[in-house]
Design a protein around this ligand. Sequence first.
Ligand SMILES: [Zn+2]
Length: 261
Amino acid sequence: MNIGIIGGSGLYNIEGLSFVEKININTKYGKPSDSYKIYRRGSLNYYFLARHGEKHSIVPHKINYRANIAGFKELGVNKIVSFCAVGSLDIKYTPSTIMVPDNAIDFTHGRDFTFFDEKRVFHIDISNPFCSILRNLLGKILHKNKITFVDGGVYVCTNGPRLETAAEVKMFRALGGDIVGMTLFPELVLAREAELCYANMSVVTNFGAGISKNKLTTAEVKQNMKNNNSIINNIVYALADELKGIESCSVCPMALNDTKA
Ligand SMILES: [Zn+2]
């Protein structure tokens, strides 16, 4: 069995798993952000990709999201768990809050956001943008590890690389947003277009502009990221056990059925 893991800011390796090799791929959409690192535990092969590249050199709007997802597909991955570092849009979601979002709003622009911009026309359904089976699995692992998390929430995706104004943060909150980041779109749309199951876990690293008067220090942000990484490593490690009994998804692998215009 194969699973894809996409690491966000601060996550460039998976610890605790045996490393097998690195694979470089050149897709018809170009090069992915980095090589895919393969790890193994039991019968599960993990394909890990650092979204921003291993040296964090690719800004959110320059990431080749199509190549990243096409690469996973070529490698035979049919499920992806992605991790993001995000800002909070609500005072109750303090730094280090873990959220498994269940919906999202897209404010990005100028990115290559579809595999279907020529010849074939598909209008895929993303009413529920995350795979419910993978989402539930993440929740189960978090529960088992006694890690407090917010089950469900709305991820607002901005274009970046700048942060948001205080007025934008207020607007996103009014629109129903809970967290704000720069990388979920078009990643999750492309995963659905590629008929892959996709779920996300986001970790709050800071408050959005104007939410809190207390400014976080860089040391605090770094410490939060370090703590988060050990949690993420534990969750990724547990996937090998929990994926064994998972029911097969009847939604994502058929995302293109009946959607051709
Ligand atoms: Zn699915």
